[in-house]
Design a protein around this ligand. Structure first.
Ligand SMILES: [Fe+2]
Ligand SMILES: [Fe+2]
Length: 159
């Protein structure tokens, strides 16, 4: 985080977009804890479905922001890393899912997902969100928050 961004956060607090992203990380971690609490297959498969849905919604929201940043050509090295991590996390989630589906023990796969996910959100919260916040203008940030909320509301209808 640059000095200007740091001062901005100290004076104005995190933007509504950053607040939403942090809230979503909290929600993902809660779903992850729910899943860890009960590894029996029927309960785990329902809890895993909720986790996977939330993770993909969240990545979708972030990638929308990244896409706008690309269009502005204001893209940093961290974004490439984050996108690679998204792909890796989806792959790890797939391996947890296939273990659950075949009623096999999935604690090793879940641990891998959990560790990779913790490293990912650490990087986003320490670095990326502040870059995102400084590159996007207020209108774009608002557009992403709205799209994000619409997407979540849309998925409630589907559930
Ligand atoms: Fe992410
Ligand atoms: Fe995130």
């Amino acid at each position: 985080m640059g000095v200007f961004q740091k001062l901005k956060v100290i004076f104005f607090g995190p933007s509504p977009l950053i607040k939403l992203m942090l809230k979503e990380h909290g929600a993902i971690n809660l779903l992850l804890n729910d899943l860890k609490k009960d590894l029996r297959s029927e309960i785990a498969s329902e809890n895993f479905r909720k986790l996977q849905e939330k993770v993909s919604q969240h990545m979708h929201g972030e990638e929308k922001a990244i896409f706008i940043m690309y269009k502005k050509n204001k893209i940093s090295k961290v974004v490439t890393t984050l996108l690679k991590q998204h792909t890796a996390l989806l792959d790890l989630a797939d391996s947890v899912e296939s273990r659950i589906k075949s009623k096999k023990n999935f604690s090793k796969e879940l641990k891998e997902f959990e560790q990779a996910h913790a490293a990912h959100i650490e990087l986003e919260e320490r670095d990326f969100y502040y870059k995102m916040d400084s590159v996007l203008d207020e209108y774009e940030k608002e557009k992403i928050v709205k799209a994000y909320n619409t997407y979540i509301l849309g998925s409630i209808h589907l559930a």
